[in-house]
Write a protein that binds this ligand. Structure first.
Ligand code: ZN
Length: 336
């Protein structure tokens, strides 16, 4: 049993309370390899931004849970080396699908877990989430629950259609489960193809696809319900913006990502200023990595040292993470 506090990690409690008051969101970046972790920590440490390192079940299967855990632990020491005296870093399980998986993470140094019972009937979701909360809270680990279903594909999580969160359920759910934050569905979705061209309109000037707006009325409905208790930390999943420059970089150098489309950054900035305290970004890192590697291979067909092309990928990801922190979520300087 390793408690996260021994590792210098923090849970989300204070972090979200500050974000809720301060009108910004904490970035939650998924990682499954060394370069992603280095890039996330470098960006967060340089900008003094609180940050959530997320590990999905798919990432555990790919990289091995033990290895990822130690990478998460290394993040704190690396951040200090970079001059961040009091790193505000959370190690979080993304989309935990069972009590056992959540318990395993809690017992092994995670400071936060998500239990995703959103596909279950309401009462079963409540029971499962409460069970995880009861265990997690014994060790001061924070828990994210989810109500509503997101469309799209992310590792093992997939759904054809989204079902918006019902604001009538949120207070009952949060009260009965004891969860510390709540992921809701307002039209964001997993993956790099968040909308089909049919769901979008075309900008008559540029011919580019314009995605439908997020359901801010649902978010407002949820926030209203929590007003009496002084607000509640809300989480948005599937919030990559699928930057055009990376899609183009991939496609220019041999890739094939037609009609990849994400959430406009202006919508995420708007959400950050509300009760949304955590915004999940995964696909953008994949795209930056892949774009940079494709470009490197095209320009240097003679290279075969992974440090050469992974080094380029890392540089590109640092740029992307920094941009999110500084220009999109407003979390720069919030963890001095
Ligand atoms: Zn998700």
């Amino acid at each position: 049993m390793v408690n996260y506090k021994e590792l210098g990690l923090v849970n989300t409690k204070e972090m979200f309370a500050k974000a809720l008051k301060g009108g910004y969101a904490v970035p939650a970046f998924n990682f499954n390899n060394l370069e992603q972790l280095q890039a996330i920590v470098t960006a967060a440490a340089t900008e003094k931004s609180p940050v959530i390192l997320q590990v999905s079940k798919g990432a555990r299967n790919y990289a091995n849970g033990t290895i990822l855990r130690y990478l998460g632990m290394a993040a704190v020491e690396y951040a200090k080396e970079l001059g961040w005296e009091k790193p505000q870093i959370v190690l979080h399980l993304d989309h935990g699908d069972s009590f056992e998986l959540c318990k395993d993470c809690i017992d092994n140094g995670f400071s936060s877990v998500m239990i995703d019972g959103s596909h279950l009937p309401y009462e079963e979701n409540v029971a499962l989430t409460k069970k995880v909360c009861d265990y997690a809270h014994k060790f001061d680990v924070t828990v994210e629950g989810e109500l509503g279903v997101l469309a799209g594909v992310e590792d093992e999580v997939s759904a054809d259609h989204h079902t918006y969160t019902n604001p009538e359920e949120v207070v009952d759910f949060a009260t009965r489960t004891g969860c510390d934050s709540l992921a809701i569905s307002i039209g964001t979705s997993h993956g790099a193809y968040k909308f089909t061209p049919e769901q979008c309109t075309r900008d008559p000037k540029t011919g580019k696809l314009v995605p439908p707006p997020l359901a801010f009325d649902v978010l407002e409905g949820v926030m209203k319900k929590f007003e009496k208790q002084g607000g509640f930390p809300i989480v948005l999943h599937g919030s990559s913006s699928v930057p055009e420059e990376y899609v183009e970089m991939c496609n220019t150098y041999g890739g094939k990502l037609p009609n990849a489309i994400g959430i406009p950054e202006s919508e995420l900035t708007k959400a950050s200023k509300s009760a949304v305290c955590k915004i999940n970004i995964d696909s953008d890192s994949r795209l930056a990595f892949t774009g940079a590697v494709r470009k490197h291979f095209a320009e240097h067909p003679d290279h075969f040292d992974p440090r050469q092309y992974c080094g380029d990928a890392r540089k590109e990801m640092i740029k992307m993470y920094t941009h999110k922190i500084v220009n999109v979520l407003g979390s720069k300087g919030k963890a001095e």
